[in-house]
Every structure is written in structure tokens, then in C-alpha cells.
Design a protein around this ligand. Structure first.
Ligand code: 6LW
Length: 503
């Protein structure tokens, strides 16, 4: 194992921040994992690991505008839902639903999961969302989707054969049977699904059959994973995918959230990717305890990848964790105009508009700090904590002033304003624990927005309750993204720092 100064920590979530609907695939000693991305471009972050614990983002599957068009007419939390990533016949296959108008189910392939991925192959005969791919011994490809329904598919052409059939609908009366994954394990075909909706009632259930098309027998112990009605710090657990660890043991990757504060509890980072051990009893999987510290793993861990705190925009290509709202054309987002700076050019839309020019990275820690050096001399823009068009806080530089803007649903207000010298300045956002307990009325966190002097002193202009930038308030499927935006003209950013403050 390579030497490293990084501690061999094994923490859950294994991929923190808004990284929901994980699909995992093992090829030899390597693991790859892909997630949903909704209204953000590029789409579908893809990660690599060799120990199931430390993950490095190696790219985005849909990173060319020819592969992914997300129109301004598409609401936030529309777009790219729930991929399935598989390896078959020497290639990687990914099937996914684009919920934008004119989207539908599509397939992309690659020989290297870091890319390039092919142009999308439309699969119009595949109904619904959450499609899965599984090949049987004869090479027939079975595509199973939410509902739970199934159709035979030629993934190379996207053509389906025959009509789709319903296989199972989970527990009687349960809402939203979805997120199926079908596997041959030993003598059975296992159909793993999510049910109960992706909120507090979320769960994972399983059924098995002798053939990939059923009939399926539900596990008597269903749901095999749920935290509904518990005090567990990880809630909404569901939407899983099974994988074998390096030692042959079984594991489940799944999504969960970390609500905080009083009642009903607010989660602000979106749905994150977690890992739990799986054992087998009588031919059924038993999901072990979900812990925030995966201390005792039965194989050696690789060193944790170094966390990048500062991006100084010296590279021509943006790093893979940067995401933009709906599209990212060079005309509106470039490092080439002023080398060493990121230039964002407004399209006319403010953060309240679907065509806002915004580039950010996911908030991945419960407490953290983000800072950026902005030159607003040719426009107006700033640093924002974004959940969607209707839910965000921002500190905006106008050239003569800085303003803190809060948008919560139908309300938009300038919370604070202060004159500043007409020169580049450091804008900062700190997300911290609430300072005083308000019991059942406590929020999940406090978002402070302000400016930093050249000696590093932070002046907070506003301290805002974080609950209004949570999924429980805003709705939807995403989580907070911290980033830079342009509201008018061209705005230049010299660097962006993201610093975890947890622990
Ligand atoms: C996804 C569905 C779900 O398609 O939420 O958690 C939807 N499960 O399976 C969006 O992520």
C-alpha cells in the first residue's frame, strides 16, 4: 500500500453531500459508482475506489452538451434521475432517465469509466424511471424499472422486445416501488427495490426467483433496510445496490440523509451515499447496522485521497466536482478569458431565474467555510448557497457595495448592505452549528455571509437560519451547492476555497 500522511479513516457517508441514488459496479479490484445529478451540468458524477470507502471522482458521464441538454423550462430537481452502472462484455454500460422534456431513458457506454462516454442511445420502449440492466447466461438483457416492470432490451440499439410486464410492487400498499436492481447470486435471481418514497418512510426490500423474469417471492423479513420511526442519525435510507467487497463479503451502497435540529428535522446536504455490511441467512440478505464510523472493515484501506481545499483556476478544464445550473457553455463560464481566473458571464438571469450562470460544488460537510476572491469591476455577482431558484442565500458584490440576499419561497429580501472599496474582495460563507439550543424549534445550522479583510478577519453581515435551505422546506431531490454566480456582465473569480469544519 502506498505510504501516506492521511489517516485511514473510514467514515460514512462514503460519498458525502448531494450524491443520491448510488449505483455501483466492481471490475476486478476496482469499484465504480455513479449518482443522479438532476438540473446540474455536467451530469452523473462517477467515482473510483479500491476499498469501497475512499472514493475519487474521476469524471462525469454526461459532460458534453451533445449528450445532455437541460432546458430552462425544466424545473429544478428535473433532469437526470437514478443511473444504473454495469460492466458487461468488456464495456461499461449506464442506463438513466432524463426527466427533461424530450429526454426519456437513454444508454451510454464506455471502455474507460473516466470517459469519454458515448453519445446517448435512446431507449423509448423502456417505461418509467430508474431503469436497471442485467444480462442472463444466454446474453439476454433484462431492463427492469420503477413500478416494478420489466422488458427485454438490446442495449446496443435501445430497442425493446415485447411489451413490459409488471414483476412486483413491493409491500402491499407501499408507495413508490422503484429503484430496482436485478442480480444473479448463487441459484437465485434477486430483485432489490426501494419503496415507501424517498422521505422518512424510505426502505429497501428484496424478492427472489429462479429466472430473471420471475415469478418473484418476497423476502419474509422485508424491508431489509429502513430507519423509519427510529432515532438513528441517518434517515430516509433506501435506493440501494449490492456489491461484494475485496474479501468476497457483501455490502450495500444506499442513500440516506442526516437531519438535524428540532422537529421535524431538516437535512441540508441532500441525499448522501452510505455503505452497510450484508450477511446472508437462508438465501436472503441481512443488512447490518448503519454506522457513521466504519471502523472494523475486513480489508486494508487505501489512503484517503487528499481533499482539495483551493481551486485557483490555473487549469484550462474545470475539475470534475464543479457543476453548473442546466448548462455550461464556454461563452458563460471559462478559465480562458483571464488565465488563472474563472470568468462567469451573466445571461441576464439572477439566482432566482432558471438560466442563472452559476458554478459551484456540493456542500459535503455539516459545517464548513467557502470563500472566493471576486473581481466585480465588469459586472455584478457573488457567492451563493443554492438549493434551487426559490431557495438560496447569497453575498453579492455590486462594484460599490456588498449585499446579502435571502430568497425563501415567494419572499426575496436584501438582508444587509455595506459599501466596499472598488477592488477585488474576498466573499465568505460559513456554515456552523446553531449556537443556542431552541429545543424543538432549533434549526439545523447557521449560515453566515460576509467579507474577509486582507488580514483574514471575517466580518459577518448576516447570520441566517439554515432550515430554509433544506429539503424539508424547499422540496425536491437535491442538496446545497456552494458556488459563484454572475447576475450582470462579466464577473471574475481568482480562487475558491472549500474548507470542512466538522470534527
Ligand atoms: C429516483 C427514485 C428516488 O428516481 O428518487 O430515492 C428519485 N429514490 O428512485 C430521484 O432521485
Amino acid at each position: 500500500m502506498p505510504a501516506s500522511n492521511h489517516p485511514l479513516r473510514a467514515a460514512n457517508p462514503i460519498i458525502p453531500g448531494f450524491h443520491p441514488d448510488p449505483s455501483i459496479c466492481r471490475v476486478g479490484d476496482d469499484y465504480y459508482l455513479a449518482c443522479s445529478s438532476f438540473e446540474y451540468f455536467p451530469g452523473i458524477p462517477i467515482f473510483h475506489s479500491r476499498d469501497l470507502v475512499h472514493w475519487t471522482q474521476i469524471g462525469n458521464v454526461l459532460d458534453r452538451s451533445e449528450q445532455l441538454r437541460l432546458p430552462a423550462s425544466m424545473p429544478s430537481s428535473g433532469g437526470i434521475y437514478a443511473p444504473t452502472l454495469r460492466h458487461h462484455g468488456g464495456r461499461f454500460w449506464l442506463i438513466v432517465t432524463n426527466c427533461a422534456e424530450g429526454g426519456g431513458n437513454l444508454i451510454v457506454t464506455a471502455t474507460d469509466p473516466a470517459g469519454p462516454w458515448s453519445d446517448p442511445i435512446p431507449a423509448p420502449g423502456v417505461p418509467g424511471i430508474d431503469p436497471d440492466l442485467a444480462w442472463d447466461e444466454d446474453g439476454t438483457c433484462w431492463c427492469t424499472g420503477a413500478g416494478i416492470s420489466q422488458v427485454r432490451l438490446d442495449p446496443a440499439t435501445g430497442r425493446t422486445h415485447g411489451s413490459s410486464r409488471q414483476l412486483w410492487s413491493g409491500a402491499p400498499g407501499a408507495q413508490a416501488p422503484e429503484a430496482p436492481h436485478l442480480y444473479r447470486i448463487g441459484d437465485y435471481w434477486y430483485l432489490l427495490i426501494a419503496e415507501g418514497g424517498t422521505e422518512r418512510g424510505h426502505a429497501v426490500s428484496i424478492a427472489r426467483a429462479r429466472t430473471p423474469d420471475g415469478p418473484f417471492e418476497p423476502c419474509p423479513a422485508n424491508p431489509v433496510l429502513t430507519h423509519r420511526g427510529t432515532r438513528h442519525p441517518v434517515q430516509n435510507t433506501g435506493h440501494g445496490d449490492l456489491v461484494q467487497g475485496p474479501d468476497g463479503s457483501w455490502w450495500l451502497v444506499f442513500l440516506g440523509v442526516r437531519p438535524r435540529g428540532g422537529t421535524p428535522g431538516w437535512h441540508v446536504l441532500g441525499r448522501e451515499t452510505f455503505l452497510a455490511p450484508v450477511t446472508w441467512q437462508d438465501g436472503w440478505p441481512v443488512v447490518g447496522e448503519v454506522t457513521l464510523d466504519l471502523a472494523a472493515l475486513p480489508w486494508p484501506l487505501d489512503p484517503a485521497p487528499a481533499e482539495e481545499r483551493r481551486d485557483d483556476f490555473e487549469n484550462a478544464e474545470l475539475r470534475p466536482y464543479w457543476i453548473s445550473v442546466r448548462d455550461r457553455s464556454a461563452e458563460h463560464c471559462t478559465t480562458k478569458e483571464r488565465p488563472g481566473w474563472l470568468t462567469l458571464r451573466a445571461r441576464g438571469g439572477s439566482l432566482d431565474e432558471p438560466d442563472v450562470v452559476f458554478t459551484g460544488r456540493r456542500q459535503q460537510h455539516l459545517t464548513c467555510r467557502a470563500r472566493t476572491l471576486i473581481d466585480p469591476s465588469e459586472g455584478r455577482g457573488g457567492l451563493a448557497v443554492r438549493l434551487d431558484e426559490r431557495h438560496h442565500y447569497a453575498i453579492e458584490a455590486t462594484g460599490t457595495h456588498v449585499q446579502v440576499i435571502a430568497r425563501v419561497g415567494d419572499l426575496r429580501t436584501v438582508v444587509a448592505e455595506q459599501p466596499v472599496p472598488a477592488e477585488p474582495l474576498v466573499l465568505a460563507v460559513t456554515v456552523s452549528d446553531p449556537t443556542s439550543s431552541r429545543g424543538p424549534l432549533a434549526g439545523p445550522d447557521v449560515v453566515s455571509l460576509g467579507v474577509e479583510a486582507s488580514d483574514g478577519t471575517f466580518t459577518s453581515l448576516a447570520e441566517l437560519d439554515g432550515r430554509y435551505l433544506s429539503t424539508e422546506v424547499a422540496g425536491g431531490f437535491t442538496g446545497r451547492v456552494l458556488g459563484m454566480y454572475a447576475a450582470r456582465g462579466a464577473v471574475h473569480f481568482d480562487w475558491f476555497d472549500y474548507e470542512p469544519l466538522d470534527g
